[in-house]
Design a protein around this ligand. Sequence first.
Ligand code: SF4
Ligand code: SF4
Length: 370
Amino acid sequence: MKSNVYFIDLRATYKENLVSKLERLIHTAGLSETIKERDLVAIKLHFGELGNTAFIRPVFIRRIVDSIKSMGAYPFLTDANTVYAGTRSDSPNHLATAIQNGFAYSVVGAPLIIADGLRGRSETAVTINQKRYKRVYIGTDIVEADAMLSVAHFKGHELSGFGGTIKNVGMGCASRRGKLEQHSTVAPKIIMEKCVGCGECIDHCSQYALSLNENDEKAVLDSKKCFGCGECILICPESAIQIEWNQAIPVFLENMVEYTMGVLKGKQDKTLFVNFITNVSPACDCYPMNDAPIVKDIGIVASKDPIAIDQASVDLVNQEQALPESCLTTNTERGEDKFRGVYPEVDWTIQLDYAESLELGNRNYSLTKI
Ligand code: SF4
Ligand code: SF4
């Protein structure tokens, strides 16, 4: 049995511009079956780190908000705080960042609520009884919402290969404790022969786990302080910080999938997923920058199935030719795996296989262009 995934390309006409097409897409994918009158609807977004410009533009979110309001429901925009140093690690800074990136009420027409409270401690334990976790910790206001629309920017990710719906839901909705739990198996190490002691990594570690040795020649990592966010891996210009990819990544991906299961528990018929396959940057929107896209803008997909939508999105990206000015130097041809091209060590299929084994969805899908 295949799951339905609906797709719009980026063509537009005077009769129907792109935001109107987006509205048609979410209705075709099942918005009216997902949301009832008076539902409190969490629109789960990533507001973008300050300095990043690849996140989804607020004008699209405004149309989603208007659609939900027209059904008599009450949407709010939400995300949970981050655990790394940045501009979204507590609610005041997170809200200020969101507004600076254009998500003010006057633009999007819905209030912003940071789901795990002032310092990321407002969480609800959800029992899942799975291999890695018995309970997972989710931002309370997402658990308490009646329905959820996950609106994800599809792009590359240094720990999961790509970041789409599973990442937006499983990692994005987790409280601070939940995020720490998921990252706890990612333990980086310094490759001394490669480290030139530039110190770039030190300011980027929220846990003060990195420092220079006595002679200021090499970085030193305090493994007791490190929680495995992976931020330093991309920051190092010499690729001197690495993890045990074969051991750490499969566990990390399974952790994230089990968290996805916790977020969706009780909301199986009350969630809809949207992926914007635009500005497909090589890394996460959590960085205060985004490198050039690896493929051209492709379109937007929507589905009731969180696995099918990510599988369809990765397939749509991999069908494209790499953009010549991007960071991709291998796997550039149509049909080649662009995400393995950027992150050769990360087997992104693990998250989809494991999610399918937990019956969260289906990798087998039918793509309908509307
Ligand atoms: S050392 Fe690296 S992985 Fe560990 S907490 Fe600091 S930035 Fe994150
Ligand atoms: S950024 Fe890389 S090269 Fe520079 S000090 Fe840190 S580990 Fe060493």
